[in-house]
Ligand binder design. Sequence first.
Ligand code: BMA
Length: 310
Amino acid sequence: MKIVCKKYEKNPILTKKDVPYPCECVYNSGAVKFNDKYILLLRVLLLDGDSVFGLAESDDGYHFKVFPEPVARRAEEGPFKMYESKGIEDPRITKLGDTYYIFYSAYSNFGMRIGLMETKDFRKFERIALTTTTDYRNSVLFPEKIKGQYVRFERPNVHPWGIWISYSSDLVYWGNQKLLMTPYWRNIWEDHKVGAGAPPVKTKKGWLSIYHATTATMDGQIYRLGCALHDLEDPSRILGIASQFILSPDQIHEVTGYVHNVVFTCGAVPEPDGTVKIYYGGADTCMNVATARIDDLVELCLENKRPALG
Ligand code: BMA
């Protein structure tokens, strides 16, 4: 077992006290670099239970300032309205060209669907489509087209709660789905559910996927993070999945909160020095960051592999 991720010693980096409008929780945020700043698109739970997106900006990736108002809310009209009536959640940002695409969970009485928005400036957001039927979660878009197609990981919320891949020529219609990875019964930290976390990071040896996984205990599920490496030309080919987890709830603000024992990521920012900043929600209550060397994560995926379908 190796420790490859280092949690920032001043975590949490954001709590509800840092948000200028009344809210209960700020967590599971998309992360990206934009104009030399770090951007977090925050999942914010308001006091009336609505889930909206806030925005935070930082020069160094650790100290964030939250904008005075939410930047995106559930749709009030049009085809999205009925599917977002309970709010929008878990934004995951991918830059393609000069556009930032955001897959998010559209939550309503009719389940969870994956919506897609785009923005060029993080001020104006435009909805493109609801890209799944119900009941889907955890969709992450690859930062480039592969063999002329857009590619994503997705997680239908049904047995076997695994990570699937699908393809699209227009970002709206997705198909050719293939199951890549299921929970693995022997690794107790990931024997219940797995789902994509941060959009994949390109490395020399493959696409690095940082995913979340759960085990079900008598006290509810425990959420941890793991990593896998996928072939650069054909990401449906898994080169290795690390047997050990890389991040686990062991700090007070990860162990207790709105939902206890949760670390959950929606975004990681690769740095020019070969490290990656993994942004993650703690206990569905606050935002945190951990760092790792990308080479260490890649090595972990290739060293002590677990089977993809377990
Ligand atoms: C998952 C998602 C996440 C959340 C996690 C733990 O199903 O809803 O947004 O962080 O549960 O509650």
